[in-house]
Write a new protein. Structure first.
Length: 171
């Protein structure tokens, strides 16, 4: 899964297309959170189940879940019937929250990061700053207006873990 935002422009430089990508970390994180959302209310989901259903390395998922746990988006449960579960209902977790937790500010270029970390000395006279700000705002709008519950409703032909025959402790 690769989330891409494409921007085309034309002008004195001849125009072109810019591709802004969400990294594998962000894409895998969204897929893992989707699995937890589909199992919301059924108990913790073992990482092995998420890894198998989404074809993601279990070791890589463990790293992502650590970051998401520290961000307050998931809870880890230890023990034989342990795993991970959402810390909040899927309706309260925005895709933008997950992306920011895993990747930092949502921004096509660092000079328009909303966290104010930019050190660009050309911002006052930059001819493309407005373009980057509008792109950032559009990306943020899409990601922050989409919740995990929305992804679950929009998923084509997916079934929840409760209907898929997964281990009984998550049903």
């Amino acid at each position: 899964m690769c989330l891409e935002f494409l921007v085309s422009w034309s002008g004195l430089t001849g125009g072109g297309i810019i591709t802004v990508r969400i990294s594998t970390k962000g894409g895998y994180g969204i897929r893992a959170m989707y699995e937890l959302a589909m199992a919301h209310g059924l108990g913790p989901v073992p990482l092995k189940v998420v890894a198998e259903r989404q074809a993601i390395s279990e070791n890589y998922l463990e790293q992502l879940m650590g970051t998401l746990r520290r961000s307050g988006l998931v809870e880890g449960i230890r023990g034989a019937k342990g795993g991970y579960k959402l810390a909040l209902p899927p309706e309260e977790i925005r895709v933008g929250d997950v992306i920011r937790a895993l990747e930092g500010p949502i921004s096509p270029v660092s000079c328009v990061d909303q966290d104010g970390s930019s050190d660009c000395d050309r911002h006052a006279m930059c001819p493309t700053r407005d373009l980057w700000e509008r792109l950032r705002d559009s990306m943020t709008e899409v990601l922050d207006s989409t919740t995990l519950a929305d992804l679950c409703r929009q998923a084509p032909g997916e079934q929840s873990l409760a209907k898929s025959g997964e281990p009984s402790h998550i049903q």
